[in-house]
Each structure stands twice: as C-alpha cells, then as structure tokens.
Ligand binder design. Structure first.
Ligand code: PEP
Ligand code: MG
Length: 938
C-alpha cells in the first residue's frame, strides 16, 4: 500500500493523534488530538513532515502522489465545511501553517485567508454583508502571500516593508492614524495597490486561481523550513534539520467579523509565575496575527467575561479538559467567530524557570503527574534562572525617587537587567561580542531578531502583550523582558527613544525590571536572588521566600532519585560553605595551588621555587606548612566529616613567579637576593609546552619535599580537627599520573607522612590515597594504576586536552568554527566527548574495577557540572560528580534525571541529553553567579 502522507481531522474524526508529532508536527498532532476528544476544531488536514523531505528531494516541488492526496483531503474538508474553495457563491477560505515536531514560534511562514480573489471576495461580501471585513481579510491575504510566497519583503534591516509603505501612504492620504479608520473602499483600493506592487516588482500577476494559490502556499511553507531564521533557531535549540516541517491546511474562521468575534492566545496557567490561573490575552474584532505580532495591545483574558460570557465559560472548561487530558500546562490559540468558539492550536506551554518549577510542584501536589514526571519537566540549566541577580533595592528605590523611572510596561520576562541601549539585532550581537551589556530596544520584535535577543541582557519593546513575540521568546530564552511600553517612541533612523519628553540615545544606560515591568534610566547594581539570599547570604527567612521553598522541594525530590553523589570543587572554607548550602556532599577537588596565592603565602612559595638547595627549599616549605594547615583545617571544619579530596600541587612552577621586570625586581628586594637571580630562575623555568612539562605528580617526584609538606599539612589539620571532635575524611589525590610507578612514588610519601603524623599527634583517622585519571596513559593502564589507588577522579579538562591533542588554553580561538562546521557537535571542554574521551573513561572504569572492585570513582573536571556529562557519568556508574558550588543544584537535578531516564537494568535507555529540544538557548543562559569556571583556572 502506498504511504499515507495526508491526515484529516474534523468534527468527530481524527486520523492522527498526539503521539504522531514526529510525523504530523506538534500543531498537526495536537489539532487531531483536540478534534478526537471532541473539542471545537475547524476541519482540516496535515501534510506530513516526510513530505518536507520529499519536497526538497524533488527540487522543491510537491510530489504528484502527494498532490493527489491533498486534493482528496481538500474534498473532505470542503464537505465538512459545507463550502468549496473558489466557489463564487459560498467560498471556503483556508489557512496554511507550518508545524514542526518541536515548536519554533514564528520562525516559519503562514498564509491566511487563502482562496480570496475578486469574485470570492464579492461573494463573501454578499454573504456576510460586511464589506470592510472581507476587504480587510483580502488585503491581509495579498500582503501575506506577496511576502511569504512571492518574496516581496524588506531586504535590509533599515528597509521598510513594501506593503507597510503602501499602507502608510494610504493612511496619510486619508489623514488617519489607525488601520481601523480605513473603510471597505480604502481596503479594496489597497488590494489593488498591493497587487500592482507585486506585478511591478515580480513581473507577473498575483495568482487569482485558489488552487494555484494553494500549491504556492504549501510549497512556500515547506520552503520556510530552510529560511535564515528557522536555521538560526534550530542551531540555538539543537533541532535537527532532518526533522522537516508538516503543513496544516485548515478552514479559516474569523475573529475579525465584528464585535461578536475575536481571537486570543492563552496559557492554562501563568507562564511567567506558574500560578494556577488562566493567563492570556485577546482582542475583539481581530485576527490572530494582531495578538502575536504586537501591533495592537491586547486585553487580559479575564476581561473576556465581560465581552463574551459564554465563550469565556467554554474556554475555562476547555482549559481544564486540556490540562487533565495532556497533564501539562498548555498554550492555546482560539478564535470566536460570531459568538462561536474554535480551538486553533494547543501545545505544551513555554514557561519561565520559575513557572516550570512551580507548575511541576503544583501538578505533583494536584496528583496530575508523578514526582518523577515533575523532575523530568525541569531542565537542570533552568535552575540557573533562580540563582539570577535581582536589582539592589536601595539603589532602585533611589533611582525611582530621583525621577529616573521612565515608564512601566508589561513584566514579560522576570529578572533584572541593566545595559546600554541598542536598537537593532545586528548591533546587539556586535556590541555583545565586544563584551558590552546591551538592552535590545525595539518597537516590537520579530523572528529576525532572535540572535540579537539572545545576545542582549534584556529586551524592551514599545508594543505587544504578554504573548507577543518578544515576550514569548524572551521567556523561553530566560531573558529579562519588558514589553508593550506604550509611551515609548522609538526612532530607528535617529537611534533614539523618547519617553514622556525624555530622550535617550543608542549607548545610554538603562535598567529594566522584568518582574515589575519598570523601565529605569541609568545603571542599577544587582543583588543575589531569593534562593541565594536564603542559602548563601542567610538574609532571608525561608518562610518569606516562596520561590526558595519550591526550589527546595524539587531538590528534595531530586535527592530521592539520584544515585550519583554530588561534590564540589572548592579550595576555600567560604566556597565550601556555599557548596554545602547548595547541597554538596563532599569536596571532589581542592586545588591546593590556589591557596598559594592567598594572603602571606605567595612570598614563601616563591622563596621555595627560587631556592637553590634542598635546605633552602625546606626552610621555605616550613613557612608554608602552617599556612596550608590552617586552610585545610578551615575546610575540614566546614565540611564536618564529608569527604574532602585534596590534590597535591599541579601547575608548572613558573606560574607562581612574576614575569615583568619591575615585579621581579620587587621580589628580589623583598627576598634580599640579586634581581639577576630571580630573572635567571624565571627564565630557567620556561617551558615550550608547560601543560605537558614539569607539572602534576612530576613536581612531587622531582621535589618530594613539596609532597611531604603538603601531606603533613593535610594530616596535621585532620588530626587537629578530629581532636576538636569534628569527624574528618581526607582523600589525597595525585595529579597527572600516567604510570603506576609515579603514583607509587607519591603514595609512599603520603602514607609515610600520614603514619608519622598520627603517631606524633596520638590520634588515628581514616584517609585514602588516589589519583586523577587525566592523561590517556593513565586510562589505558588503569588496571595497573588501581593497584596503588584507592580512588580515581577523572580530570576531564586535561583528559580532553590530551586525548584530543587540543590545548585547553588556546582552543577557544578556533573551536567556534569547529562547532559551526559540526566537527564537534558541542564544545568538548563543556560536554564530554563520549566517543573519544568517554571511551577512555569507560576503559579506565572497567580496568580499575577489575583490579580493585570497590574503587571509588568520580569526576572533577568542569564536565562534572554539565547535565549531559553528568548523565554519562551516571551511565558509567561513577560514585560522584564534582562541580563548582553554584552548579551543585543543577548537578543534583541532572543526576536525578539521569537516574530516571536510565533505570537499572534498562539497556541502552534513551539518554536524557538527547532530548530534542533544550529549554534554554545554548549560550548566555547562565547568570554570572552560576556560570561555570573557565576550564583553565590558573
Ligand atoms: C582536570 O584536568 O580536569 C582537572 C580537574 O584539573 P585541572 O583543571 O586543575 O587541571
Ligand atoms: Mg588537570
């Protein structure tokens, strides 16, 4: 049997269902589902995503077999609608819309009111008696078709839309400001002018034949899968090109038929806060594009009770039906045509991180979903948004009191953003590249602005509502957004904006509060989020912090399901304290070299490095010993018995020495040695490849007294802490081991020191000695190394560097083109390269366990805070991951999701990280506070 490519839906019939998203796209599958459960959906059919592929293979033409299916389904649609396309007596009009597997709002094209020509328009006027409505629909159709199908649109960022220009001219001629002032005759004249403009630029007539219009529109919607915006969006959200889009052809219903008609978009809960309230907007006597394009500012949905009580009640009923049926917060589009309600779309609603968390928790409480489903609905990186800064209240109040409050718009994307004004997307991107913080300020945004929005700190618009493009996309990106600031006059050409007589220009500072909607002139500093105020600053009572409490609940569920332990990379007591507050269960990496830069330590450290003799070195080390001991004791106390992995010195020694002549002279003077001596020692330490040179365990092998001093500091601190009645669990880790003999050499020093300290101090404590696996030979000979190691910790920063032969310090310069060319799908320093580095890790795990079945395994490279890499670590069966303190909550959730997505015994379960769409964009989503440390930390 020939493959079926077209699926019909209509009253009481639906050939598809919600499980067919891959094939029918999200919109098509859900239209079928809604029709199937008896909701009022206008009849139509969906041309499958497979046809998109066939279309491109067929030189951008619809295959004949598919055309036949479309014609057959059009006949069914005509029957269900009771009218025919092109019928000069009672014409059917249809919409042609895209619909991919994953929602790509506004990225592809749509054609509405298809089927209109002069004859059908006249017929509709006769039927409806509403000439204004008909010619308004007709001019919109010619405009959309001209743009989408025939390609008559602006080419440059400063160009004016050719149809808008004609419209403006017409309004000027008529002396009116608003489109609503145009009469039927004016609109009819606009149709003629639009058509003439098409003829003039395209060289051919506007097609009057509705079937011709249909083929053109279906082809154009398939073609829009490959437009620049769609390609950029796919890249940003990891949507594969191979998915293609479906095309939905559906009977038009009209929200612009008069005062008893309207249209709106809504969420079944508040998409910004997650509150369980109906949340949306509508406009009476309007078409859907008016609501989303932001050309008119819509009314809140609650108002509809007054405008059309029956439709409002029906919408409320549908809201509950949908939530119970889909067990999700849904985003809907509806139209009321002469008092009759139609559902045009439903899909899973996009939401802020706040809302995602609240909705997940509430739905679990409402028993709509299970705790596990609740967890699966929150992307780990979304938690970053909860850690975002808010404005410093005192500064903000002073700004407002001082008259700097410019205006108030809609609080479309919560959070605080401060930056310099730019007026277009291209500039936003360019300025952001120069590390300027920018606020993208637009009259309204459109899908073309997506890159600029992504680069900006925040988005400010003069027009549009809570569900306008700016608002939707900003929330999805986790950007701060204030939309619909009605009294903002933006002049793109002059690059200025005026608010109530106050003019600001490009480059001026502005602050926007996406939680209150306030727009404030100038810069305002920011303060930590509610979660941070409770956990870190301890300045806020959890009882007064609802966001924190919801966050804490999610964290508690995550902890119930995860099997991986979460540790942190910290080398100071305060960092350790923060990490524990975030839920860290131990320290996975204490980089001792960081401590040498602390107060009073760099001097003796330099003395040690500059020493010529063993005695001189030991004298310097003796000065360092008490300082290091103090650091370790501080950490042990804070960690209160949790395991603490301390790594012996790792970086090349020259990193500790001054390189400028004036600094070398100053050092020589303080040390009372000749400048030349310092200069010569620094240059003698120069290496061509320091990262492959005298570093890691090699330092301890050449200078065993350094290892001995560090081991003594660790164990004396441990003894001291234990004597205070605080439990300790030190784990000493030797870096950069490639040969078991290296580890044996260093482990012997560590163990001898431990025994000596315990004897001297008259106290015993448990400790472990282990190693990092961070160079390929370490992984390849992990069976041998495990004979001397009680634990392995994967140093995936160096393991990536050495496996890929890619300098971690220099790769930034050429990695971007590598990623653009898809040579590596993700930055291998951010996400574990499973095929290469991952293979070595798997080998090391297997070999290590073969020699020492109970060997403790962890990861402390930066990948330990990346959700996809955490999942890989879960799959490898590691005991823990270790990440920077601010990523600990993210790691807790990622570990739980990994455990839930890969239940024990389920072979080759689908990795969570391969989910098609990430909740946030790749870049820029991480707030400074929660951003991972750069890979190279020194
Ligand atoms: C690593 O290499 O992954 C690691 C944690 O060590 P460092 O970043 O300190 O080299
Ligand atoms: Mg390393």
């Amino acid at each position: 049997m020939a493959t079926k490519h077209v699926y019909f839906f209509g009253p009481g019939v639906a050939e598809g269902h919600k499980g067919m998203k891959n094939f029918l796209g999200g919109k098509g599958a859900n239209l079928a589902e809604m029709a199937g459960i008896g909701l009022p959906v206008p009849p139509g059919f969906t041309v499958s995503t497979e046809v998109c592929d066939l279309f491109y293979k067929n030189r951008k033409r619809i295959p004949e077999a598919v055309k036949k299916e479309i014609v057959k389904n059009l006949a069914r649609l005509e029957k269900a609608a009771g009218k025919k396309l092109g019928d000069p007596a009672d014409p059917l009009l249809v919409s042609i819309r895209s619909g991919a597997r994953a929602s790509m709002p506004g990225m592809m094209d749509t054609v509405l009111n298809l089927g209109l020509n002069d004859r059908t328009a006249a017929a509709l006027v006769a039927k409806t008696g509403n000439a204004r409505f008909v010619y308004d629909s007709y001019r919109r159709f010619v405009q959309m078709y001209g743009d989408v199908v025939l390609g008559l649109r602006p080419v440059d960022k400063d160009d004016i839309d050719p149809f808008e220009a004609i419209m403006e001219r017409k309004k000027r001629e008529r002396g009116i400001h608003d489109d609503t002032g145009l009469t039927a005759e004016d609109l009819k004249d606009l149709v003629a002018r639009y058509k003439a403009a098409i003829k003039e630029s395209m060289g051919h007539e506007f097609p009057d034949d509705p079937m011709k219009q249909l083929w053109g529109a279906v082809g154009a919607v398939f073609s829009s899968w490959m437009n620049d915006r769609a390609i950029a969006y796919r890249k940003l959200y990891d949507i594969p090109e191979s998915w293609g889009t479906a095309v939905n052809v559906q009977m038009m219903v009209f929200g612009n038929m008069g005062a008893d008609s309207g249209t709106g978009v809504a969420f079944t809960r508040d998409a910004a806060t997650g509150e369980n309230v109906f949340y949306g907007e509508y406009l009476m006597n309007a078409q859907g594009e008016d609501v989303v394009a932001g050309t008119r500012t819509p009314l809140p949905i609650a108002n509809l009770k007054k405008d059309d009580r029956r439709s409002y009640a029906e919408l409320e009923r549908i809201r509950h039906v949908l939530e119970r049926h889909f067990r999700e917060m849904m985003d809907i589009e509806f139209t009321i045509e002469r008092g009759r309600l139609y559902m045009l779309q439903c899909r899973t609603g996009k939401r802020t991180a706040f809302a995602a968390i609240k909705i997940a928790v509430d739905m679990v409480d409402e028993k709509l979903i299970s705790e596990k489903e609740g967890l699966s609905r929150i992307e780990p990186d979304q938690l970053n948004q909860l850690l975002r800064p808010v404005f410093d209240l005192t500064e903000k109040e002073a700004a407002v009191k001082g008259g700097r409050l410019l205006t108030k718009g809609l609080n479309a994307g919560p959070g605080a953003a401060t930056g310099r004004i730019v007026f277009n997307s291209v500039d936003a991107e360019a300025w952001a590249k120069r590390h300027e913080k920018v606020i993208l300020t637009r009259i309204e945004t459109s899908p073309e602005d997506i890159k600029g929005m992504s680069a900006a700190e925040g988005i400010l618009t003069a027009r549009g509502g809570m569900t306008s493009h700016a608002a939707l996309v900003a929330r999805q990106m986790g950007k701060v957004c204030v939309a619909g600031c009605g009294d903002l006059a933006v002049d793109y050409a002059r690059r200025t904006m005026t608010v109530r007589g106050k003019a600001l220009k490009e480059g001026d500072w502005i602050s926007i509060d996406g939680t209150s909607g306030q727009v404030i002139e100038g810069k305002i500093s920011t303060r930590p989020s509610e979660v941070l105020q409770v956990l870190i600053d301890r300045t806020l009572d959890p009882a007064k912090a609802p966001v924190y409490r919801t966050f804490a609940k999610i964290m508690a569920w995550a902890d119930k399901h995860r099997t991986l332990k979460i540790r942190t990379n910290a080398d100071q007591p305060d960092q350790s304290l923060n990490a524990v507050a975030f839920g860290a269960e131990g320290i996975g990496l204490c980089r001792t070299e960081h401590m040498f830069f602390g107060e009073g330590k760099i001097g003796p450290m330099r003395e040690m490095i500059l020493a010529d003799t063993l005695e001189a070195r030991e004298a310097a080390l003796a000065k360092l010993l008490p300082l290091q001991r103090l650091d370790f004791a501080g950490i042990f106390e804070v960690m209160d018995g949790r395991p603490v992995t301390i790594r012996t010195i790792d970086p090349p020694l020259h990193e500790f020495l001054p390189h400028e002549e004036k600094d070398q002279r100053a050092l020589a003077e303080t040390m009372g040695i000749p400048y030349e001596k310092v200069r010569d020692r620094v240059s003698s330490l120069h290496e061509f490849n320091p990262m492959l040179g005298l570093r890691g365990c090699r330092l301890g092998i050449i200078y065993p007294e350094i290892t001995a001093m560090q081991a003594r500091a660790i164990f004396e601190a441990a003894a001291q802490t234990k004597k205070k009645g605080i439990p300790v669990e030190p784990e000493v880790m030797i870096p950069l081991v490639g040969h078991v003999k290296e580890l044996e050499d260093q482990a012997r020093i560590v163990r001898e020191t431990a025994e000596a300290v315990m004897r001297e101090q008259g106290v015993r404590f448990k400790y472990l000695v282990g190693t990092m696996i961070e160079i390929p030979r370490g992984a390849l000979t992990a069976d041998e190394i495990a004979s001397a190691a009680e634990f392995f910790s994967f140093g995936t920063n160096d393991l990536t560097q050495t496996t890929l032969g890619l300098s971690r310090d220099d790769a930034g310069r050429f990695l971007i083109p590598y990623l653009q060319k898809d040579i590596y799908a993700k930055d291998p320093f951010e996400v574990i390269d499973r095929a290469g580095v991952g293979q070595l890790m798997r080998m090391a795990v297997d070999k290590g366990r073969r020699t020492r079945p109970g060997i403790k395994l962890g990861i402390c490279g930066e990948h330990g805070g990346d959700p996809s890499s955490i999942e890989f670590c879960h799959l490898l069966g590691l005991n823990y991951v270790s990440c920077s303190p601010f990523r600990v909550p993210i790691a807790r959730l990622a570990a739980a999701r990994a455990a839930l997505a890969n239940p024990p015994g389920a072979k080759a379960a689908k990795p969570a990280s391969r989910r098609p769409v990430k909740a946030g964009p790749k870049a820029k989503a991480k707030p400074a506070a929660a951003a991972k440390k750069p890979v190279r930390k020194r």
